[in-house]
Structure formats: structure tokens, C-alpha cells
Design a protein around this ligand. Structure first.
Ligand code: KG4
Ligand code: ZN
Length: 344
């Protein structure tokens, strides 16, 4: 038997304040948005507690991540409500990430969100982490299908076609490392620190992008896939041959940006999409943004602070679900480590 919270308001008659929670990995994120009756959405708050406990292990320790979420989530929610100038009773719907991610970490935010929705007697929406990343761009534009979306983060490099609201077709993905993972690994190799994306981006401003020649991955492919392992190996060889970290950073960044923009542009043209969302942690990269802006596409990026994991993007995905008239989620749904957004 399914246990449901109050049913979805398909056409809200007044503004709905939606609280979104993301605890999928090592950031405790709570955000609040306001959905207006005309379908416009305002961002009211975005608070993220980034866990530092993992730094000494060189990777995220799942059990420690879960414990930190438990310890921090109340405080982060209080901060978000204060930032929005709201009381908890002003919240009209709750959304929380149910997957993909670390199951123990996900469960903290998911259970918290369900409990809150039940206590307030408002609808609850289980959100997909990648749908959250995509709708992070709704902070900057009235995002409605059809469009193409490139999600580039530490765990994903996925291209989705979105022909209709709520429908996702996977048109390409990485065949090995995610783009952010390659930034992180090459930064570590060059001794530039963690997280690698911002470190590479900063070092690149002092390097020569043509110093290290990188071969374009999957050159001549007819599909829209990505591969970063070849760039990683080339970076290792250049590092061993004595390339300066700044030159390595600038050259790798140029090669990664070029292939991301080229493949995405080709996919947009092939699918007849003029609007492209570029989101996820790597979408914070200035060189990537500049290169996308120079294309003939209408490229939409998430607003400041919404590229990396956060709760506001989940609230924005919740707003899109309500606007599309989607039903509220049952309260007995679980967290899933692996959850594809599209079947492909
Ligand atoms: O979306 P996110 O916070 O977490 C995942 O869901 O994976 O993305 C984190 C990734 C990291 O790999 C980080 O190095 C990368 O995003 N990143 C960047 C930049 N800022 C963060 N990559 C390139 N340039 C940046 N400025
Ligand atoms: Zn993410």
C-alpha cells in the first residue's frame, strides 16, 4: 500500500514556497523557491554546508557523510528559512533527492523531507539528482521543454534531450571518467590541490594552452559520447616529461572545453534544439562558459552557487514538477544509489 502526503496542487491558486533538500554526497543543501501562479519561479534561499571531514582521506567516506548530514541538516534548514524570511509553516511543498547518490547520505535528507512534508501536511516530491542539476538553470531563465541538457559534474557527463516537460532521452554520456573527475585527477597529478576544477581553472590563467598537445577524444564519431581517459593519460605523460603545472592545466582545460562544446553543439543541431542547459559542478568553469557563449545556441547556466550540489536546484525541480501537474510522491519510496534519469 502506498502512503501519500496531500495530493499535488496541479494549478496552484497562489504562490507556493517549495523547500528542497539534497544530501546525495558530501554537501548538506537546503534551498527555498517560490512558484507563482503564472509559472514564474523566484529563488528565495540557498544554503549549503560543505563537509571538510573527508579531505584527510582523499575521497568521500560514506558513513562520515551520513553522520555529518544528520548533525547539520536542522541548522542548514534554519539558515535557509531565515535567508528567505519565512517560517516553516509558510512552506507549501517539500522536495528531496532520492537518488542517485550514497544511500546512507540520501536517506538523511529524504527522511527529513518526508517527515517535514507529513508534519506540515503538504505534498512531497522525490527528486532525481540530475533533474535537480538541470533545473538549477531555472534560476536564470523560464526553462520549458524542448531543450538539450549537458550535465557535467564529478560523477556525470551526460547529454539529455528533453522533448517534453519531464521526459528525458539520453543522447550521449562518458564512456569512462566524468569531466569533473578528470579535472580532479589531473589537478592532483599536477599538485594543484582539491577540488581540481577550480584549481585547474585558476592555474590555467597563468599557463600556455598550446604548450601540451592533446589529441581530441573520439574524433570523427557519429554519436554524442565523451571520453576523458585519453586526456588523462596524455596529461600523465606530459607531467612525467616535465610540463609545468600551469601549462598542463591550461592545455587540458582547453582540450576538455573544446570537446564538450563541440559534441554538445553537434547534438543540439542534430536534435533541432536551440536552447541548451549546461549544469553541474564543471559548468562553473569560466572557459567553458565563454566557449558556449560563442556558439549559435541559447545556452543557459545555473546562477551563482547553483552549479555544484545544493538544495535550491531540488526545490527548482520540485517547482517544475508542480507546474507540470505531476502527482506528489508516495511517502514509502526509498533511496537509490543508481537511478538512471532516462532509459537508453
Ligand atoms: O555537481 P558537483 O558538485 O558534484 C557532483 O554531483 O559530482 O560537481 C563537482 C565537480 C568536481 O569534480 C569539481 O572539480 C568540478 O565539479 N568543478 C569544476 C569547477 N568547479 C567545480 N570543474 C571545472 N571548473 C570549475 N570551475
Ligand atoms: Zn551533483
Amino acid at each position: 500500500m502506498s502512503v501519500s502526503a496531500a495530493s499535488a496542487p496541479s494549478v496552484p491558486s497562489g504562490p507556493v514556497r517549495i523547500l528542497g533538500i539534497d544530501t546525495s554526497c558530501d554537501d548538506t543543501g537546503v534551498g527555498i523557491v517560490e512558484l507563482l501562479p503564472d509559472g514564474r519561479v523566484n529563488l528565495l534561499a540557498n544554503r549549503v554546508w560543505s563537509q571538510t571531514v573527508h579531505a584527510r582521506y582523499g575521497g568521500v567516506m560514506p558513513e562520515l557523510a551520513s553522520r555529518e548530514h544528520v548533525e547539520r541538516i536542522d541548522e542548514v534548514m534554519g539558515d535557509a528559512l531565515r535567508e528567505a524570511g519565512l517560517n516553516v509553516t509558510d512552506i507549501g511543498a517539500v522536495a528531496a533527492t532520492s537518488g542517485p547518490g550514497l544511500v546512507g547520505a540520501l536517506l538523511v535528507g529524504l527522511m527529513y523531507g518526508k517527515g517535514l512534508a507529513q508534519a506540515l501536511n503538504v505534498p512531497f516530491y522525490a527528486a532525481h539528482h540530475l533533474e535537480g542539476h538541470i533545473f538549477a538553470a531555472a534560476s536564470e531563465a523560464d526553462l520549458r521543454a524542448p531543450f538539450l541538457a549537458l550535465v557535467v559534474s564529478g560523477g556525470h557527463t551526460h547529454l539529455f534531450d528533453v522533448p517534453r516537460d519531464g521526459e528525458y532521452v539520453l543522447v550521449g554520456a562518458t564512456m569512462d571518467d566524468a569531466a569533473g573527475e578528470a579535472f580532479d585527477k589531473i589537478a592532483r597529478l599536477a599538485g594543484l590541490g582539491y577540488p581540481g576544477g577550480p584549481a585547474i581553472s585558476e592555474a590555467a590563467t597563468r599557463g600556455n594552452p598550446d604548450a601540451v598537445p592533446f589529441k581530441e577524444p573520439l574524433q570523427g564519431q557519429k554519436t554524442f559520447n565523451f571520453s576523458f581517459s585519453g586526456l588523462k593519460t596524455a596529461a600523465l605523460l606530459a607531467h612525467r616529461a616535465g610540463a609545468a603545472p600551469e601549462d598542463l592545466a591550461a592545455s587540458f582545460q582547453q582540450a576538455a572545453v573544446k570537446v564538450l562544446v563541440k559534441t554538445t553543439t553537434r547534438a543540439a543541431h542534430a536534435h533541432g534544439r536551440g536552447t541548451v542547459v549546461v549544469s553541474g559542478g564543471v559548468a562553473a568553469n569560466t572557459a567553458l562558459r565563454e566557449a558556449f557563449k560563442a556558439t549559435d545556441l541559447n545556452v543557459v547556466f545555473p546562477g551563482r552557487g547553483l552549479n555544484t550540489d545544493n538544495g535550491a536546484m531540488i526545490a527548482l525541480a520540485g517547482a517544475a514538477a508542480i507546474r507540470a501537474g505531476r502527482h506528489a510522491s508516495p511517502l514509502d519510496g526509498g533511496a537509490t544509489a543508481y537511478a538512471p534519469l532516462a532509459n537508453a
